[in-house]
Design a protein. Structure first.
Ligand SMILES: Cc1ncc(C[n+]2csc(CCOP(=O)(O)OP(=O)(O)O)c2C)c(N)n1
Length: 335
């Protein structure tokens, strides 16, 4: 599936919308997510991480573009492919890595693991393992904002597989009916585990599913960080000012398997390589270079800084203790 690439004139216009600092921040954010996830994969292979591990590699532009447009007080409801979401929300990489390793210093004190990152300080409300699980909860947050007359918005981010789950229709219906400030952001990475979206969804254009609920819908190039950012800004304005929800579909591609357990035999290496040609970080770097905003020396410095952050996160996680067995009864409902 293709989204139209921008013309040179459109690229220049997009760049003009942001300061150089903001553009470099987007670059560094994507880089941190990529390098963090590569290291998480390595830690998984070294059996330092148990259970499942779903990576954001290839989807960095969606994450950085969308999350950078939010305010600290806004709410985020995510799913199990959420390490990058936690980082982009401002969670400490050390505590994210420690959580992946199940350590007591982790974001959820080692109780959540990869799929259940929660960080209420940064208003990240999961981390959910069930497909579509967070959509009704995001609507709940929207009702809360509306009821209390708040100015916050709620971002609900999920994969295209979730759009064929019953809760999707229920959630979009209520959000539209009650004019809730919720942004439904679908990361269409084109596969739900091994199933291509067009084999599972009668409506292949995910954004069009908004029409059934009289809601604004838009498809955006999820490999283009500025395109995502701009679409998010529109959705945020609609939510914050007009009190209207939106459905955004960001078309992207995960370079790696569904989880670390997936060898990805359902797609060809040519297909994967073709999408890697549109790599969000490499291409954004090239755009910044041509605009004279970054050079090789600055790229090297950014790589070194990010490598240091990731190495620090691993060191912290590895040297942290596991939760103590005495803490097992904590945080559970049973008396
Ligand atoms: C209700 C439910 N059904 C099935 C599963 C098993 N499952 C886990 S991830 C997944 C694929 C979801 O794909 P998508 O929503 O497109 O997100 P992606 O993993 O591609 O980011 C499935 C079927 C689940 N976790 N929950």
């Amino acid at each position: 599936m293709e989204t139209r690439a921008k013309t040179t004139r459109e690229i220049k216009a997009a760049l003009r919308r942001y300061s150089k600092d903001e553009l470099l921040r987007l670059h560094n954010e994507m880089l941190l997510i990529r390098r963090f996830e590569e290291k998480a994969a390595e830690m998984y292979v070294r059996a330092k991480i148990g259970g499942y591990l779903h990576l954001n590699i290839g989807e960095e532009a969606v994450v950085a573009g969308a999350f950078s447009a939010l305010e600290p007080a806004d709410y985020v409801f995510s799913y199990y492919r959420e390490h990058g979401h936690a980082l982009a929300r401002g969670a400490d990489p050390k505590r994210v890595m420690a959580e992946l390793l199940g350590k007591a210093t982790g974001l959820c004190r080692g109780r959540g693991g990869s799929m259940h990152l929660f960080d209420t300080e940064h208003r990240l409300y999961g981390g959910w393992g069930i497909v579509g699980q967070s959509l009704p909860q995001a609507v709940g947050a929207g009702i809360y904002i509306d009821y209390t007359g708040g100015k916050e918005v709620c971002l609900c981010i999920f994969g295209e597989g979730a759009t064929d789950i019953g809760a999707f229709g229920e959630s979009l219906n209520l959000a539209s009916l009650w004019n809730l400030p919720v942004i439904f952001l679908c990361v269409n990475n084109q596969y739900a585990m091994g199933t291509r979206f067009d084999q599972a969804s009668a409506q292949e254009a995910i954004w069009r599913k908004s029409v059934a609920f009289d809601m604004y819908g838009e498809r955006v190039d999820g490999m283009d960080v500025l395109a995502v950012r701009q679409a998010m800004e529109g959705a945020i304005r609609r939510a914050r000012v007009e009190r209207k929800p939106s459905l955004l579909e960001a078309v992207a591609y995960r370079y790696v398997g569904h989880s670390m357990a997936d060898p990805g035999l359902y797609r060809t290496s040519q297909e994967v390589d073709a999408w890697k040609q549109r790599d969000p970080i490499t291409n954004f770097r090239q755009i910044l270079k041509e605009a004279g905003m970054i050079d090789d020396r600055q790229i090297k410095a950014a790589e070194e800084e990010v490598a240091g952050i990731v190495a620090g996160a691993v060191e912290f996680a590895e040297s942290s203790p596991y939760p103590s067995p005495e803490d097992l009864p904590l945080d559970i409902y049973a008396p």
